[in-house]
Design a protein around this ligand. Sequence first.
Ligand SMILES: *[C@@H]1O[C@H](CO)[C@@H](O)[C@H](O)[C@H]1NC(C)=O
Ligand SMILES: *[C@@H]1O[C@H](CO)[C@@H](O)[C@H](O)[C@H]1NC(C)=O
Ligand SMILES: *[C@@H]1O[C@H](CO)[C@@H](O)[C@H](O)[C@H]1NC(C)=O
Ligand SMILES: *[C@@H]1O[C@H](CO)[C@@H](O)[C@H](O)[C@H]1NC(C)=O
Ligand SMILES: *[C@@H]1O[C@H](CO)[C@@H](O)[C@H](O)[C@H]1NC(C)=O
Ligand SMILES: *[C@@H]1O[C@H](CO)[C@@H](O)[C@H](O)[C@H]1NC(C)=O
Ligand SMILES: *[C@@H]1O[C@H](CO)[C@@H](O)[C@H](O)[C@H]1NC(C)=O
Ligand SMILES: *[C@@H]1O[C@H](CO)[C@@H](O)[C@H](O)[C@H]1NC(C)=O
Ligand SMILES: *[C@@H]1O[C@H](CO)[C@@H](O)[C@H](O)[C@H]1NC(C)=O
Length: 366
Amino acid sequence: MRILISLFIIIFATGTSCLNNDLGKTPAMGWNSYNHFGCTVNETIVKGIADAMVEYGFLNAGYTYLNLDCGWSNHNRSQINNSLIPNPNAFPNGMTDLAEYVHNKGLLFGIYGDAGTFDCVNNPGSLGFEELDAQTFAAWGVDYLKYDNCNNSDISPIIRYSKMRDALIATNRSIYYSICNWGEFDPFIWGHEIGNSWRTTVDIHPSWDSIMFTLDQQRNISNFSGPGGWNDPDMLEIGNGDLTFDEQKLRNPPNDTLAIALNEKIIAINQDPLGRAVEIVEFVDGSYEIWTGILSDGYVAVLFNRESIASYITLNFETHCDIHGLIAVTDLWDADPFKGNYSFGYTAQIPSHGVIVLKLQVVKII
Ligand SMILES: *[C@@H]1O[C@H](CO)[C@@H](O)[C@H](O)[C@H]1NC(C)=O
Ligand SMILES: *[C@@H]1O[C@H](CO)[C@@H](O)[C@H](O)[C@H]1NC(C)=O
Ligand SMILES: *[C@@H]1O[C@H](CO)[C@@H](O)[C@H](O)[C@H]1NC(C)=O
Ligand SMILES: *[C@@H]1O[C@H](CO)[C@@H](O)[C@H](O)[C@H]1NC(C)=O
Ligand SMILES: *[C@@H]1O[C@H](CO)[C@@H](O)[C@H](O)[C@H]1NC(C)=O
Ligand SMILES: *[C@@H]1O[C@H](CO)[C@@H](O)[C@H](O)[C@H]1NC(C)=O
Ligand SMILES: *[C@@H]1O[C@H](CO)[C@@H](O)[C@H](O)[C@H]1NC(C)=O
Ligand SMILES: *[C@@H]1O[C@H](CO)[C@@H](O)[C@H](O)[C@H]1NC(C)=O
Ligand SMILES: *[C@@H]1O[C@H](CO)[C@@H](O)[C@H](O)[C@H]1NC(C)=O
């Protein structure tokens, strides 16, 4: 029995190709057109976003990818050679030109495709055209593919998403591969072999219920995330619902939006080179939850108040973090972040629907 099992593992390890593209060592950061522009996007908008990402410090803060979502494609493939082509009214200068514009800003360029016969707004899907479409994306200078799941003919996602993985590998271009099958069929189990990340849920919306629904789906699976392959709970919803700017906001993004999206200390937690996701260690349904994790240079604890009133939450270093001694506590959202040294735990008052993120460092072992 043991021999059989080992053999299976070896065959599995060598018999399937692995993505192994050296991308996604830390979670991808960037901007995606969907939350603000839906499936109506054009090259003027994208170029304006590229300018704004540089001007407002997003690129410097680590938001490297500018990703086009649905709506860029022409309704039909090329009648000459079957290639995907951009909608000529919205992208009169074509994708190579747009990718070059984005690259010249120091950003990377992402695009959207679909692992089905048609995408979600009935533009052509890539099922059966994987090699041709991967070559088209590579020729355009694409660096990231978000690959959706509409009209999938009920074919196993493992088959459909592996085909595009192989096609992307065959282009020899480094393309971050984002599996977007809405968490169906537990992609956190098989996603590591296929993509750099996998959506764990249906689409997020800028509402508290949607964000809580999405968060609750992460509770049992955070330990499947890691360097090269990440759980993707969908996009951030910051400011006016998202990280996007309409043309007015392009010139004047709200400062509170910038303060959240550009918080260096929080980004450093997200991009910690160890790549260990936080795990839930205490959960009182509808009341509060505590998530903790290990960093390359300490520990992190997230204290989250789900109540409709402010309340006190206590972090216990030993039971919640498995650390002992004198602990230096830093509150990463606080303007005056260092909170002092504590021996057993740390208690904070947290506003309704509020969260604090603490960085913990052992300063003395007792
Ligand atoms: C465009 O594609 C649709 C299928 O989506 C097809 O019915 C139609 O005939 C095509 N139009 C042209 C001009 O090829
Ligand atoms: C395929 O045809 C389209 C025009 O329909 C053209 O823009 C594109 O360059 C062609 N692709 C290749 C690889 O020749
Ligand atoms: C893109 O959309 C904006 C806003 O709707 C519009 O002002 C602009 O002219 C459009 N550009 C193109 C190339 O369609
Ligand atoms: C493709 O998927 C979308 C979204 O689910 C759906 O509205 C559309 O009808 C589907 N297209 C076809 C041809 O079935
Ligand atoms: C990718 O690289 C391999 C090995 O160097 C080469 O044989 C192959 O032709 C390349 N493919 C493309 C699409 O450039
Ligand atoms: C997480 O696991 C627990 C215990 O196995 C289970 O009761 C709960 O429903 C799971 N939650 C989710 C969101 O899967
Ligand atoms: C994650 O945790 C679950 C339950 O605690 C366990 O079944 C699973 O094997 C773990 N996965 C990994 C990749 O460690
Ligand atoms: C936003 O911040 C900038 C730079 O710190 C400042 O000049 C501007 O007045 C602020 N705007 C508002 C509305 O607070
Ligand atoms: C916290 O502990 C460190 C190490 O012992 C010490 O250097 C520092 O002064 C202490 N800070 C406070 C505010 O007690």
